[in-house]
Design a protein around this ligand. Structure first.
Ligand code: PNS
Length: 164
């Protein structure tokens, strides 16, 4: 059985992530979406909330599991017996950062391959942070995220505006 990990911070999951997860699920017997800590980012959602949203958003995909992990991605991959890490690559701007992570992970765990799937053209520009920004300034985020995520983001924005 082939197992792949789709890692990310998923703060929150977007339709771009869902596209990559769906395509990975066709290439591997089992796909584990891993919600990990990115120390460069200040998240809006807790790991548990992000896992919950991912579970709802991937309900229809049979061979996908969601998990959280507080540690090294390669450690998690090893624990799960995964042979690959699958990531989406949007534009050239993603490349250096992703390349650095892939090479570091390969040094740490040469037996785990990183595979990049090119993002679908309609998701080229899409990121969790742009979606949050559009939502914060009152724009329509429906085209970018699953419905359950849209409702959560809008609720979060309402809570934030009460505090200002
Ligand atoms: O969606 P993101 O924020 O680009 O995902 C980055 C993430 C969470 C996959 C990365 O920060 C990560 O792997 N974090 C876990 C800790 C780790 O293994 N770091 C070393 C990778 S160089």
């Amino acid at each position: 059985m082939t197992t792949a990990i789709c890692p990310g911070s998923f703060d929150p999951v977007t339709l771009g992530h869902i596209d990559i997860i769906t395509r990975a699920s066709k290439l591997f017997d089992r796909v584990i979406v891993a919600v990990l800590v990115n120390m460069e980012k200040k998240p809006w959602f807790t790991i548990e909330e992000r896992i919950d949203l991912l579970r709802k958003a991937t309900e229809g995909i049979g061979n996908v599991e969601i998990a959280g992990f507080d540690g090294l991605l390669v450690e998690f991959a090893r624990q799960k017996g995964a042979s690959a890490i699958v990531k989406g690559l949007r534009a050239v701007s993603d490349f250096e950062y992703e390349f650095q992570m892939a090479l570091t992970n390969r040094k740490l765990a040469p037996d785990v391959e990183t595979l990049f799937l090119t993002t679908s053209s309609e998701n080229m520009y899409l990121s969790s942070s742009t979606v949050k920004q559009v939502g914060l300034w009152g724009g329509d985020i429906a085209p970018f995220v699953p419905d359950c995520v849209r409702d959560e983001i809008l609720m979060r924005i309402r809570q934030r505006s009460h505090k200002i």
